[in-house]
Write a protein that binds this ligand. Structure first.
Ligand code: UGA
Length: 464
């Protein structure tokens, strides 16, 4: 099939290359000519494991190309909308302007195709009601209709999540009608390889599909803030949040994933999506239903402030102190620094007058663009040299595996804040480190429990 992907940011770029990987003829369109030129030359504009390989493979096979010109995509059978929906500058709501502009530009060129079924498929994260409004922009185009097919990919796993998703969600204007069935069949043809691989596919109304996506992100954000709220309780009582998470996560109704306490969630999705969800509920007159998401956001913000308080507890006045921060990206395996908790902590430390050196395997260039005056050092050992305090804020593999003895010989004073709970505090303390972790109290009793297998219960009879 001939497929276009409009908007080749993170989501769209990966989707375009993945569709070429599935064997389709793909044209990616973006208004950013620099981005289009880079991708046409086989250069990934962001760090994403496996993406550059499928980009180059698609280009080399002649199945993938990029353009800035809508006229060049008019003939496609299916048009995916991969545009960003960032937080509006004037409030919590989502800014849908690029999405609306793209549909208008597409509607203007589609008649040139001369009829025949054309499917426009929204993938962006949007408030419920958006798909129905966008569909109205297409009513004048014969043969064109709209579906909503939210994307659930995670940065760092984007290629895998696109080519082997947990599920496919299809939103249609009027479920169980012949028109909807025809659209479902057309999108099934695009995803034929995935469906043959038994990826579950769910068909539902527009609003439900839109709500699935924002509910999923709101639930994930809630899970993280829940465990971070418990971390606050652990700090007040001397408990250990990692043991709480491990123990409650063994109940498979709760599940252990997304219960990693630390400096909280960031990135281009969860923070803005929960805010847009709150704004949307308020617009719909049911703001109370999502009132708890304000608290989810507040817990998340408090963790960033708490790290700086711990730094003060360790160093006193931060002015003039040499602090090294490991990690700038909002998560490992990404160079994305949008709403990065690590970078916000860096900014707060810099504002307090600390001399901060930041290191990150991929995100230093993006970090320097966001934080004026940022001192970046790409080599971990050089970044650590002479530090009076080290903060581990993004859990890249190389930081998780740091050797406490080797690092102690580089720094000026062996003090560490583990903002992601990935180091073994006992092992670091044994090597002379003063180490503080979020939600693990400050006492030596924490970080030492070892309960990996089933625990013997002497109060229970031994089964025959
Ligand atoms: C998130 C969702 O996980 C995807 O399913 C969704 O498709 C995507 O948003 C989107 O809407 O586009 P992503 O932003 O790539 O994906 O990142 P996550 O893996 O969800 O991590 C988000 C943040 O939460 C990171 O800062 C991470 O460090 C933090 N996190 C994650 C925790 O603090 N604790 C955890 O236990 C898990």
């Amino acid at each position: 099939m001939i497929v276009s992907v409009i908007g080749v940011g993170y989501l769209g770029a990966v989707h375009a290359a993945a569709m070429a990987e599935l064997g389709h003829d793909v044209i990616g369109l973006d208004v950013d000519s620099g981005r289009v030129a880079a991708m046409q030359a086989g250069r990934a504009p962001f760090h994403e494991p496996g993406f550059e390989e499928i980009l180059r493979r698609g280009l080399a096979a002649g199945r993938l190309r990029f353009t800035t010109d809508y006229a060049e995509i008019a003939h496609a059978d299916v048009h995916f909308l991969g545009l960003g929906t960032p937080q509006r500058a004037d409030g919590f709501g989502a800014d849908l302007r690029s999405l609306e502009a793209a549909v208008a530009s597409l509607a203007a060129v589609l008649p040139a195709r001369g009829g025949g079924p054309t499917l426009v498929v929204g993938k962006s994260t949007v408030p419920a009601g958006t798909a129905r409004r966008l569909r109205a922009q297409l009513t004048a185009v014969p043969g064109a209709d709209l579906m909503w097919n939210p994307e659930f990919l995670r940065e760092g796993f984007a290629v895998q999540d696109t080519l082997a998703p947990d599920r496919l969600v299809y939103g249609v204007a009027e479920p169980e009608t012949p028109a909807a069935d025809a659209q479902v069949a057309m999108l099934d043809a695009v995803y034929a390889r995935l469906i043959a691989g038994e990826v579950p596919r769910l068909v539902m109304g527009f609003e439900t599909a839109e709500l699935v996506k924002v509910s999923a992100n709101a639930f994930l954000a809630t899970k993280i803030s829940f465990i971070n709220a418990i971390a606050e309780l652990c700090e007040a009582t001397g408990g250990d949040v990692t043991d709480v998470a491990r123990a409650i996560g063994m109940d498979d109704r709760i599940g252990g994933k997304f219960l990693r306490a630390g400096i909280g969630f960031g990135g281009g999705c969860l923070p803005k999506d929960i805010r847009a969800f709150i704004a949307s509920a308020e617009d719909l007159g049911v703001g109370e239903a999502l009132g708890f998401l304000r608290e989810v956001d507040a817990v998340n913000q408090r963790r960033r402030v708490r790290v700086v308080e711990i730094a003060r507890e360790l160093l006193g006045d931060l002015a003039g102190q040499r602090i090294t921060v490991l990690g700038a990206a909002f998560k490992p395996d990404s160079d994305d620094v949008r709403d990065s908790p690590a970078l916000e902590v860096v900014s707060r430390l810099m504002s307090a007058g600390a001399h901060v050196t930041v290191t990150d395997p991929e995100a230093l260039d993006n970090a320097a663009k966001r934080v004026p005056g940022l001192v970046g050092e790409p080599h971990t050992e050089q970044a650590l040299a002479g530090a009076e305090l080290v903060l581990l804020l993004t859990e890249w593999r190389e930081y998780r595996g740091l050797d406490p003895v080797r690092v102690r010989n580089l720094v000026a004073a062996p003090r560490m804040i583990d903002g992601r709970n990935v180091l073994d505090p006992g092992a670091w303390r044994d090597e002379g480190w003063e180490i503080r972790s979020l939600g693990r109290g400050a006492g030596p009793a924490n970080g030492t429990s070892v309960v990996d297998g089933p625990v013997a219960r002497p109060d229970l009879p031994i089964p025959a």
